[in-house]
Write a protein that binds this ligand. Structure first.
Ligand code: ZN
Length: 300
């Protein structure tokens, strides 16, 4: 059985993460003096070359721009090649300055609509780590500025010695189904006609099944009978893991029970297929969203 029955956008990072190498500064330095590939992100936007693929920065230049390694991340091995990512920040666009002539930075959501699976996986991994770095520069235990360790994958507080690891925040995203219909919800801020699967953050002490049942009760007033797993998706805005589920619910009147949704709506399989085809009044999220994959899977 393949590892991914359903491969979602951003889930295609092909690298061997080679985590043991993160703790080997001599090996990492040697790679950066040699043939390493260094990707660059500016405020989370990946650098793309004229071919619309991820562009590289010379390892020497990347080291100079990395702030003693603070903004340099070892992503892993692509065959024998070490792959790093450089985190650039600030208001002025480096492609019009220090990285002039190497390409342009692209919004990751826009790139997700056209990029290759492996490149989107690489960019998503680097973006998630860099978002964490930007939001966790200080020790959450004592407030001291923390220091980067393990090639970007950890931070250590020099004062209290607490170690801090990158966050991944799990979100359940689920399609409630009952008697050959599926239930979609709509938030007021979405484009007119847009409906999607229901979703919410998991809470401490909850199983995936319990979070799914709670969210469907809160958002639609329905009782969950069973939950089946479909697939998952790293979602680097800033660092979520979307856990895609299909939930069988008991018959009942669906109605938004909290302020999150402005409407919920049952669709038959035929209505769902029409929405997937772009026909009718219900619009669905784009193919990069796991919600779309859940809806398509059920409609099939
Ligand atoms: Zn501390």
């Amino acid at each position: 059985m393949p590892l991914h029955a359903h491969l979602n956008t951003f889930a295609g990072n092909p690298l061997d993460r080679a985590a043991d190498r993160r703790r080997d500064p001599a090996w990492l330095a040697e790679r950066l003096r040699g043939e390493a590939r260094v990707l660059a992100l500016w405020n989370g936007a990946p650098l793309l070359g004229p071919d619309d693929r991820l562009a590289s920065v010379e390892p020497d230049l990347a080291r100079q721009l990395s702030g003693e390694g603070e903004r340099l991340l070892f992503l892993g091995l692509d065959g024998g090649t070490a792959v790093f990512a450089l985190d650039l920040e600030g208001a002025s666009d480096p492609s019009e300055g220090v990285l002039s002539g190497r390409g342009a930075f692209a919004n990751l959501r826009d790139f997700a609509g056209r990029g290759e699976e492996d490149e989107l996986g690489l960019a998503a991994t680097a973006k998630a780590i860099f978002e964490w770095r930007r939001r966790h520069r200080f020790c959450s235990a004592c407030g001291q500025a923390s220091e980067v360790a393990e090639a970007g994958w950890k931070r250590i507080c020099p004062a209290c010695k607490v170690e801090h690891f990158p966050r991944t925040d799990p979100v359940v995203i689920m399609l409630p189904v009952c008697e050959e219909r599926c239930l979609l919800g709509r938030q007021a801020s979405w484009p007119p006609g847009r409906f999607s699967a229901l979703a919410g953050f998991m809470e401490p002490g909850e199983s995936i099944e319990a979070a799914c049942a709670r969210e469907i009760k809160e958002e639609a007033g329905l009782q969950v009978l069973s939950v089946s797993y479909h697939s998952s998706q790293p979602w680097p805005f800033p660092a979520n893991l979307m856990i895609g589920l299909i939930a069988e619910v008991a018959p009942g009147e669906a109605r938004p029970e909290d302020a999150e949704l402005e409407a919920v709506r049952w669709l038959t399989r035929d209505e769902t297929r029409r929405a997937i085809a772009g026909e009718g009044e219900v619009g669905l999220p784009p193919p990069l969203a796991i919600a779309r994959r859940l809806i398509e899977h059920w409609a099939d």
